[in-house]
Design a protein around this ligand. Structure first.
Ligand code: ADP
Ligand code: MG
Length: 334
């Protein structure tokens, strides 16, 4: 292969919004036969919106409006409190779930003239909630100690937000919320629970719309003879709902970040040449392990560093373009 022709290929890539780390990568790109796609932020917008806050004892009320009946006032208070404490912790996080929770709380806090959404009982601004001892556990959830400015909480309240299985490992009783949680997942949503003092207080339901171009991008990959596989840490309900919408048959769901690498290796051991497309910190190791790693330019720096190729615009169609370009460039050379 002549270096000049390869460099022409990489220059054309740059024009298409594809950054290639070195000309030699084109050769690997050409050989790929399987494309593993992360879900959140890769196929979907990664901009989740909170759609429900479910509290125990079938008292749930939509979040858009307040309570619908006088009897729901208590549920409304429970929802508000759960959302507020979850948002305080999630404000420190980087996950799209956290962004949805924070946005919903901020909207509620800004909106409420009555119910003092943004103001505590003593008139102190709730925006001044403080969090310390924060930590994010990849693929599981977040935890932090929340101290409110106005309340007599003293040392603060240790709040966890995340997967119920992870909460249960920390001694949280999740039973009162299980039914609603499972129903939300079956419905294709992503759900997490918020807990403190050993008890799950609410299920937070978020939804993440597809990117406009994802369906076309998957069609393009298939047209090139590639097998698309969806790989996600999210639950099987949400994973299959997205897979159906974009036309992917092969789904690997509920994979912990450290196991994404294992999933890529398993495909490789079947003799497949695997490209992986991802955007998150949780995708970095898998991007490095794959025969070809493609990072969304809109994703995290860690993912971009681990990848061979960056899709600058975060448009999945560029993945197919990169593969088409590499095939064309190398055909010219040979
Ligand atoms: P994906 O592969 O779809 O990008 P992740 O591995 O990032 O998914 O996350 C998987 C799961 O971990 C989420 O669906 C959620 O249950 C939990 N999780 C991760 N980060 C958070 C967070 N900041 N708050 C609550 N839950 C979280
Ligand atoms: Mg992701």
């Amino acid at each position: 292969a002549t270096p000049t022709a390869l460099l022409v290929g990489t220059g054309r890539g740059a024009q298409l919004g594809i950054l290639i780390k070195g000309p030699e990568i084109l050769e690997r790109t050409r050989r790929v036969d399987t494309v593993v796609l992360d879900k959140t932020g890769t196929i979907t917008q990664g901009r989740m919106a909170l759609t429900d806050v479910l509290v125990p004892a079938s008292t749930e009320v939509g979040t858009a409006e307040g309570s619908t009946t006088g009897a729901a006032t208590t549920a409304d208070d429970q929802q508000r409190e759960a959302l507020r404490f979850a948002a305080a912790v999630e404000r420190q996080a980087e996950h799209p779930i956290g962004a949805a929770v924070v946005a919903a709380w901020d909207e509620l806090a800004a909106a409420g003239p009555r119910g003092a959404a943004g103001v505590g009982e003593d008139g102190v601004q709730i925006g001044s909630d403080e969090v310390y001892d924060f930590s994010a556990v990849a693929g599981r959830g977040v935890v932090g100690v929340v101290r409110t400015a106005h309340s007599g909480l003293g040392l603060g309240r240790r709040v966890l937000v995340g997967r119920p299985t992870w909460l249960a490992e920390q001694g949280v009783d999740t039973a009162a919320l299980t039914t609603g949680f499972e129903a939300a997942e079956r419905d294709g949503a992503t759900a997490v629970m918020v807990a403190w003092d050993g008890r799950a207080r609410a299920t937070l339901v978020v939804r993440d719309p597809l990117k406009d171009t994802s369906r076309e991008a998957v069609d393009d990959l298939r047209a090139l003879g590639l097998r698309p596989v969806l790989l996600t840490g999210d639950n099987p309900g949400a994973a299959h709902a997205v897979a159906r919408e974009v036309g992917i048959d092969e789904v690997i769901a509920q994979v912990l970040p450290e196991d994404k690498v294992e999933a890529v290796r398993r495909l490789q051991s079947e003799g497949r040449q695997v490209a992986m497309v991802g955007d998150g910190v949780n995708d970095a190791a898998a991007l490095a392990t794959a025969d070809l790693g493609l990072a969304m330019g809109t994703g995290t720096d860690v993912a971009i560093e681990a990848a061979d190729l960056t899709l600058v615009r975060g448009d999945l169609r560029s993945a197919a373009q990169a593969i088409r370009l590499s095939r064309r460039t190398l055909r010219v050379i040979q």
